[in-house]
Design a protein around this ligand. Structure first.
Ligand code: F6P
Length: 362
């Protein structure tokens, strides 16, 4: 006899290729154990607002290769600090009891939350209130502690690497510096992996503040070798030494203060100001997050979805499923929530990059 007759699943935070593959795996694995699944729409906001849909096998048929999430998502709503308009004013209220009430009213015994660090922290708070929650780590940025990989990262890297291949031919034809700005708020994993895969000359990441003169020295060095073009990949969260993050104010209620974007264009302007070389910037933006997941991400998302259901059945609530040494296991929230996985600046990948002549801006 299962402890759980019905579980809920929600997707929180920014979308990411592979979310539907996780939802499909959760529904299929739960069905195998005779457990029903309710989808919570639009992340934790949908939990407070009681927006649900019962998910049958038919609902998840055909969604494996689809990008986005059939449930919808938001990176704004936190039930413990929920944004409400009262008498024309924005106020924040603790709506966690409303969320718990909605879960109980829908006969949901446990929750699988699929999201990034913000989702993990909220999931952990529901765990403290005694509701069984298991998390699946999601973000294209690959910056969640405790796991070697978040699903979505492989797809984002593939998209960025293809973009670099395309920029290469136009850079070479026009003798230009071509800059690709990729996502990566706090961690430079996408820039690092796509830069290695796409043959970048400079990789600029949040973990290593860059000196514009080092970047220019690399471009000049290439010119002495007859290479009149250069390729730079820069993470949106990269900064010059002593400089600030580049972006605009985030929307009201957003979990982040700043909407990043623009460091690539700044770099292009600086290069043109300080040299005779033409520079152009391409911002890959949400192209990295949209569309179909790679085969790797489909497999990982499926493994995570199955593991999340098993984790609940084994009584490991308040755990996150994780990939460690290519095996799926689960880790308690207290070991992962609020912690980040950054690129080790003296790690093997950065060292390999340096040894093949890539400039990291330092
Ligand atoms: O966390 C993933 C991420 O892709 C970050 O790299 C980026 O800063 C953020 O999402 C962008 O989010 P939004 O879609 O809200 O602009």
């Amino acid at each position: 006899m299962n402890k759980f007759a019905r579980i809920g699943v929600l997707t929180g935070g920014g979308d990411c290729p592979g979310l539907n593959a996780v939802i499909r795996a959760v529904v299929r694995a739960a069905d195998g154990h005779g457990i029903k699944v309710t989808g919570i729409k639009n992340g934790f906001g949908g939990l407070v607002e009681n927006q649900t849909i019962d998910l049958s096998l038919a609902h998840v048929s055909g969604i494996l290769p689809r990008g986005g999430t059939i449930l919808g998502t938001t990176n704004r709503d936190n039930p413990f600090n929920y944004r409400i308009i009262e008498e024309g004013r924005t106020v924040y209220r603790d709506m966690s009891q409303q969320a718990l009430h909605n879960l109980r009213a829908a006969n949901i015994d446990a929750l699988v939350v699929v999201g990034g660090d913000g989702t993990l922290k909220i999931g952990a708070e529901f765990g403290v209130l005694g509701f069984p929650v298991v998390a699946v780590p999601k973000t294209i940025d690959n910056d969640i502690a405790g796991t070697e990989r978040t699903f979505g990262f492989d797809t984002a890297v593939s998209v960025a690497a293809e973009a670099l291949d395309r920029l290469h031919t136009t850079a070479e034809s026009h003798h230009r510096v071509m800059i690709l700005e990729v996502m990566g708020r706090y961690a430079g994993w996408i820039a690092l992996h796509s830069g290695l895969a796409g043959g970048a000359d400079c990789i600029l990441i949040p973990e290593i503040s860059y000196d514009i003169w080092s970047v220019l020295a690399k471009i000049e060095q290439r010119k002495t070798q007859g290479k009149l073009f250069s390729i730079i990949v820069v993470a949106e969260g990269a900064k010059p030494v002593g400089g600030e993050l580049v972006g605009t104010a985030a929307a009201a209620g957003s979990s982040e203060k700043i909407r990043l974007g623009g460091i690539g264009e700044k770099l292009a302007r600086d290069i043109e100001r300080l040299t005779e070389i033409e520079a152009r910037c391409t911002v890959l933006g949400h192209l990295q997050r949209g569309g179909s997941p790679t085969a790797f991400d489909r497999v990982l998302a499926t493994r995570y979805g199955v593991a999340a259901v098993e984790c609940l059945l084994e009584g490991h609530a308040s755990h996150m499923v994780a990939l460690v040494n290519n095996r799926i296991l689960s880790l308690p929230f207290c070991r992962v929530a609020g912690k980040a996985s950054n690129v080790p600046v003296n790690g093997e990948l950065v060292r390999a990059g340096r040894l093949i002549g890539i400039c990291f801006g330092d």
